[in-house]
Design a protein around this ligand. Structure first.
Ligand SMILES: NC(=O)c1ccc[n+]([C@@H]2O[C@H](COP(=O)([O-])OP(=O)(O)OC[C@H]3O[C@@H](n4cnc5c(N)ncnc54)[C@H](OP(=O)(O)O)[C@@H]3O)[C@@H](O)[C@H]2O)c1
Length: 302
């Protein structure tokens, strides 16, 4: 081993320690927050649920312009009107993120009519809430196309310009189910797990790109229409998150350039437990919390 390699090897533990200490300190004393006054934010699925709260939060935090994408005009229009009333310029476009051609076409329209997108929030998703055998093949494909592939197309459409401008942020509203899947929603968990891999790869891939960052948020069950009817065994012990809290934490993570956020923070324990406990112990935790059966009462909307 030459001297240079030896020095790098010896330095690595020190660098890791330094990063860990820095992250610990930043947890309590976050650095300067990004000023959003020059940012054009595009939110997929911005018409309702967490997307609508994200639009409100970005507007509250001073974003310059907001663009909402979705399939249902009424929700998009209502949210757009609300954001305009708040004093922030807002536009909406009908766009199915699963349709690659439509994404590229609408991205061009956005660039021409509104300007360069500097923050892209990949939030749109669907859940069917059925087991593998009960799902028809088209439904299984649909969730992969919307929840995973949709992000490929939107990111390909907007990232190149962010890299040119040396300013931009790609956000993914993922789910804790990407790390801890449950039965009864196998396609959703799979799509979220591949979406997490997509974001992990993108985050590392953008390391040497000045001004461009990534944020992935992994929330626990949140009180929107998406998982309506789902019942955990101890709702008082594991209450659903409020969508406004998810939105606040997401916008704050963008402003502090935080790469990964687990919501609530106690979900960090789940990640550690998954690495150290045997499968049988994990199964006991699932049995105790009722995640084996929580989708039996599901009656959400796709
Ligand atoms: N709710 C939860 O418990 C929970 C927990 C963890 C993570 N999440 C994640 O949070 C995000 C938002 O979920 P939510 O709870 O707000 O659900 P939601 O209320 O059902 O909203 C989903 C949004 O996605 C849009 N959408 C769906 N398919 C689309 C498509 N093909 N093209 C464009 N837009 C599409 C919907 O708009 P249209 O129907 O108008 O297209 C809607 O605005 C999702 O990524 C979800 O996986 C949710």
């Amino acid at each position: 081993m030459d001297l240079r390699t030896l020095c790098s090897v010896l330095l690595l533990p020190l660098q890791i320690l330094c990063c860990a200490v820095k992250a610990f300190v930043r947890f309590f004393i976050p650095g300067k927050r990004r000023d959003l006054s020059g940012d054009v934010v595009l939110i997929t699925g911005g018409g309702r649920g967490i997307g609508r709260h994200l639009a409100r939060e970005f507007a509250k935090c001073g974003a310059k312009k907001l663009i909402l994408w979705g399939r249902t005009e009424k929700c998009l229009k209502d949210t757009c009107e609300e954001i305009t009333l708040m004093g922030t310029e807002c536009h909406y476009f009908i766009c199915d993120v699963a349709n690659r051609e439509e994404v590229y076409k609408q991205a061009k329209v956005v660039r021409e009519k509104v300007g360069d997108v500097t923050i892209l929030v990949n939030n749109a998703a669907v859940v069917h809430g059925k087991s593998l055998m009960d799902s028809d093949d088209d439904a299984l494909l649909k969730s992969q196309h919307i929840n995973t592939m949709g992000q490929f197309w939107t990111t390909k459409a907007f990232l190149p310009r962010m890299l040119e401008l040396q300013t931009g942020h790609i956000v993914c509203v993922n789910s804790i189910l990407s790390l801890s899947p449950i039965p009864g929603t196998i396609d959703y968990c799979t799509s979220k797990a591949s979406s997490l891999a997509f974001m992990e790869s993108l985050t590392l891939g953008l390391l040497d790109c000045p001004g461009v960052g990534c944020t992935t948020v992994l929330p626990f069950h949140t009180n929107t229409e998406m998982f309506q009817g789902m019942r955990v065994r101890f709702p008082k012990l594991f209450p659903p998150l409020r969508p406004e809290v998810v939105a606040q934490r997401t916008v704050d993570a963008v402003r502090t350039n935080t790469a990964f956020v687990y919501l609530p923070w106690t979900m960090n324990a789940l990640v550690i437990l998954k690495c150290i406990l045997p499968q049988s112990a994990l199964e006991e935790i699932h049995r105790f919390s009722g995640t084996y059966t929580c989708m039996n009462t599901f009656k959400g909307r796709t």
